[in-house]
Design a protein. Structure first.
Length: 295
């Protein structure tokens, strides 16, 4: 025969049936569901995209010094160059605010992709505002191609489109518009752009593969956590059953065989028993009768 008993409170010793008591004050570990993991990853990527735009705006604004040197005292040319540069920096700031407020990943990728394509158009226009023999803009565009793959949190396809477009446009301008470019410079720039795209694609694929493995690991942890909680509930249900003999009223214990019910309850907590006769036993043993209030 088995009877139900209450779970011992915190601080009491383990019950005599051999099962460990639940730890007091121990909270379950925080396990993020895959949806929560994706939200955390989206927030991280959104912050990363904003940081990249800020990092891009700083050198873009600093190049205003180069504009002053190229203007050579021509104030009109310098004013036009600085105005265009200020508009570009303001556009980067507005894009950063838009990305910061993006509600989901689709909106983030769409806004960032549009900003990249507009940036490519502005980069092409920068070539025509500089001397034809200057390759400073081309080298900066090479760094941008690498940054498209390494720093921007986009899918591989969305990274490839602006990177390949910028590479093709930049190399076309080097071959057909810039002057004074030597053959070694043509070969080195072509090799650098090709390597930047190949390595960038490999890095992007590796990153997305690592994210897929991370999500699979989180799913496994979530499943293990749910299984552990189910097992704990089952163990607690088992602990709430006390095996007691219906004849002698002794409790079966894992360590000491069987013990009296009083000893079992005393082992489970700071409990003491006092001897008192119930009205039925008092009538049976002594023939005395007490009222209910006297008892």
């Amino acid at each position: 025969m088995a009877t139900k008993r209450a779970t011992p409170s915190a601080g009491l010793p383990a019950p005599a049936n051999g099962l460990p008591a639940p730890s007091a004050g121990v909270t379950s570990p925080v396990v993020f569901e895959p949806e929560a993991l994706e939200q955390r990853r989206f927030e991280r990527d959104r912050g990363q995209a904003v940081a990249v735009l800020v990092a891009l705006a700083i050198p873009f604004a600093a190049f205003g010094i180069n504009d002053a040197l190229l203007a050579g005292g021509n104030r009109l040319q310098l004013a036009i160059a600085w105005t265009l540069r200020a508009v570009a920096v303001a556009a980067l700031a507005l894009t950063g605010l838009r990305l910061r407020r993006a509600p989901n990943r689709a909106s983030l990728e769409r806004s960032l992709h549009v900003a990249l394509m507009v940036g490519i158009v502005l980069a092409v226009g920068t070539h025509f505002g500089r001397p034809r023999e200057s390759l400073l803009t081309t080298r900066f565009e090479l760094l941008c191609v690498i940054g498209f793959y390494v720093a921007l949190p986009l899918r591989t396809r969305l990274q490839m489109v602006p990177a390949l477009t910028l590479s093709a446009v930049s190399l076309s301008l080097v071959f057909f518009w810039h002057t004074g470019v030597t053959d070694p410079d043509l070969v080195s720039l072509t090799v650098c752009f090709v390597l930047a795209n190949v390595l960038g694609i490999l890095i992007a694929r590796w990153r997305h593969s690592a994210e897929a493995e991370e999500e699979a690991a989180w799913r496994a942890v979530t499943f293990a956590h749910a299984s552990l909680q189910r097992t704990v509930r089952e163990l607690r249900a088992v602990r709430s059953v006390v095996p007691i003999c219906p004849s002698c009223r002794k409790v079966r214990c894992a360590r000491d065989g069987c013990q009296h019910l009083e000893a079992f309850v005393a082992d489970c907590g700071d409990v003491e028993f006092s001897r008192v006769l119930c009205p039925a036993c008092l009538q049976k043993e002594f023939g005395a009768t007490l009222s209910g209030t006297s008892f």
